[in-house]
Design a protein around this ligand. Structure first.
Ligand code: OGA
Ligand code: NI
Length: 328
């Protein structure tokens, strides 16, 4: 049976089985028995006190106060606990809306739905967007604004470190993305009666430059490493850094975007809050000239983030990533 509710959060606790439109084909399911556990050996933990070439990794000592992180997670939890009618005021399936609540991934094109609701916000420049953010819960704007301003500072520091690790000028990536965008998603994954049949989010790479993911204490994130899915279990007060497709382009394959997915469970709801940092839609990204020579030809052509994102959005999360479409 399919469901008539728009959001997973509004039927998840009333069903004994996953509705048919959420059931994935047998070859495309989480297969929990084949997932490895993360250890520091498999997912590097980067201590920003000793900043050094970060890759996909956890980050600790990042300078974002614990209170700000807890406020952010609490406000997300409170938002998804609001009555259905209150939440639905923010609902839209139009991806061009800069503030919107939606569900799954792309409800207009996907064949199988995902066990996720999300509130997507644009957050930079803050003053252009903050007035459209939800005003319920009452402290939403204040806490989220504090959080995303602080996260932006951290991302800029990471981008400097990454620029230097590529032997580029320290401000290279910042300059390249100049009028960049910063978006965030408040992801809510309700408990699921049959988590082995569906995904919170199926495997994908993030299309943007770099993602800083905050997760609560419920496991669910997995990354593909050496052909195996590895569970990246939460460490309190620590962020996950995911390299996105634009970083792979800019670094001419020196950094690789990471394939990751989110699974759900029958025990506990889960919240994750990725911050996506991206070039502005009309800015041109291509392999940095400094990284291209006779022995290292450009792997990708120049592209705008606008055209890249359009491909990503329309393709859906059914298959890996769109980088192949932009080879030089
Ligand atoms: C995403 C994402 C993973 C998670 O929103 O792009 O990969 O753990 N989320 O929720
Ligand atoms: Ni992602």
């Amino acid at each position: 049976m399919a469901t008539t509710k728009l959001l997973v959060s509004d039927f998840a606790s009333t069903v004994k089985n996953v509705p048919s439109n959420y059931i994935r084909p047998i070859y495309d399911r989480p297969n929990f028995s084949d997932v490895h556990m993360s250890s520091e050996a498999s997912i590097p933990l980067i201590d920003l006190h000793q900043l050094s070439g970060p890759r996909r990794s956890h980050v600790k000592n990042h300078g974002i106060p614990e209170e700000m992180i807890n406020n952010m997670l609490s406000i997300a939890r409170e938002f998804f606990k609001l009555p259905e009618s209150e939440r639905l005021k923010n609902y839209s399936d139009d991806p061009s809306k800069t503030t919107r609540l939606s569900t799954s991934f792309n409800v207009k094109t996907e064949k199988v739905a995902n066990w996720r609701d999300f509130l997507r916000l644009h957050c930079y420049p803050l003053q252009d967007y903050i007035q459209e953010w939800p005003s319920n819960p009452p402290s939403f704007k204040e806490h989220v604004a504090e959080y995303c301003t602080s996260v932006r500072g951290l991302i800029l520091r990471l981008l400097e470190a990454i620029s230097e690790s590529l032997r580029l000028q320290r401000d290279y990536i910042d300059k390249k993305t100049n009028k960049h965008g910063q978006h965030m998603s408040l992801n809510y994954y309700p408990r699921c009666p049959e988590p082995e049949l569906t995904f919170g989010l199926p495997g994908h790479t993030d299309p943007n430059l770099i993602t800083l993911l905050l997760q609560d204490n419920v496991p669910g994130l997995q990354v593909l490493r050496n052909g195996k899915w590895v569970a990246v279990n939460p460490i309190p007060n620590t962020f996950i850094v995911n390299i996105g497709d634009q970083m792979q382009v800019l670094s001419n394959d020196k950094y690789k975007s990471v394939l990751h997915r989110a699974v759900v469970n029958s025990d506990k709801e889960r919240i994750s809050i990725p911050t996506f940092y991206c070039p502005s839609s009309d800015s041109v990204t291509g392999p940095a000239k400094e990284l291209v020579d006779q022995h290292h030809p450009a792997v990708y052509r120049n592209l705008t983030y606008g055209e890249y994102y359009e491909k990503f959005w329309n393709k859906g999360l059914a298959t890996a990533c769109c980088l192949d479409m932009f080879k030089a």
